[in-house]
Design a protein around this ligand. Sequence first.
Ligand SMILES: C[S@@+](CC[C@H](N)C(=O)[O-])C[C@H]1O[C@@H](n2cnc3c(N)ncnc32)[C@H](O)[C@@H]1O
Length: 333
Amino acid sequence: MHGKDHSGGIRFHDYHPEPADMRAEVVRGLSEMPKRIPPKFFYDQHGSRLFDAITQLPEYYPTRTEIGILKDHGEEMAERVGRGALLVELGSGSSLKIRLLLEALSPSVYMPVDISKAHLLESAERLARVFPDLEIQAVCADYTSPFELPIDDESLDRTAFFPGSSVGNFQPSEAQEFLRRIGLVIGPGGRLLIGVDLLKDTGTLEAAYNDAQGVTAEFNLNLLRRLNRELDADFDLDAFRHHAFFDRERGRIEMHLISVRDQQVRIADRVFGFDLGESIHTECSYKYGIDEFQSLAAGAGYLAEHVWTDDDGLFSVHCLRNSARPTMTLFQR
Ligand SMILES: C[S@@+](CC[C@H](N)C(=O)[O-])C[C@H]1O[C@@H](n2cnc3c(N)ncnc32)[C@H](O)[C@@H]1O
């Protein structure tokens, strides 16, 4: 079968979740004990910019370390995963890391998938200026729900790229299920390049989520600003404070917003009471050992083909091969 011609330019596919979905998920999370809000809601346009600012902080080692690994081993990664594929990046953000691999991987199509619409578009436009011959199919979607990948060339091999240790935002059993769903996208034999933050000393981990300039605190609190604007809520941003710590038993950083007084908050037609010291759990970031992550991936049907790390063993990038046989489709094709 002959493939399509793939020429440069951007196509944009918008599956952005409706505000009604966000309202329902936030109300459900705040009705639970303890209260929680899913981390995907951090990323309005300002949240995406704040995340980019976090990546520049001296305490935030993951981004610069993963970039170092991609720079040092990009050619080798391309040899392992193969060239000319449909390259799907999940949670592509500013699409900066993929630039380090584009020449080596030389994909037929680059498909960034992100929930943050304006930021995704800006990033795709910036990328298209630097790589004018690259076909970019940008998809605005929530990757935690099934959605249709807009693929119009079934002849292409598929590679997935999931950097930034975003897999750590899932509970391990959910992470395994998510990896299984990625396997359905890339198909049997398809490769997944995935960045995973490694377990390390508590001081380094906690500093990364409690930077001295308070950018992470601002990122966390921006969630409430977003709910005020988009869900007609009345959170007082001065009445909550950022709190992040490492739970070694569970192997995860937890981020919270802590109520600094007894208070009531309205979201549309609902009212939620907060006691002094009560928290909203806003993010988990699981850290893994290399073997531990590889066995989690094995449970999702992957063979661990290779892992690259930095000299200090802070971060890892894994090349996984999907060895699962095709079953039912969760990402529709
Ligand atoms: C931690 S940032 C990582 C950004 C970039 N990949 C990197 O490694 O620097 C997470 C990215 O995933 C996106 N994201 C978070 N949850 C998502 C979801 N449920 N569906 C799609 N994108 C999501 C965010 O908008 C953001 O761009």
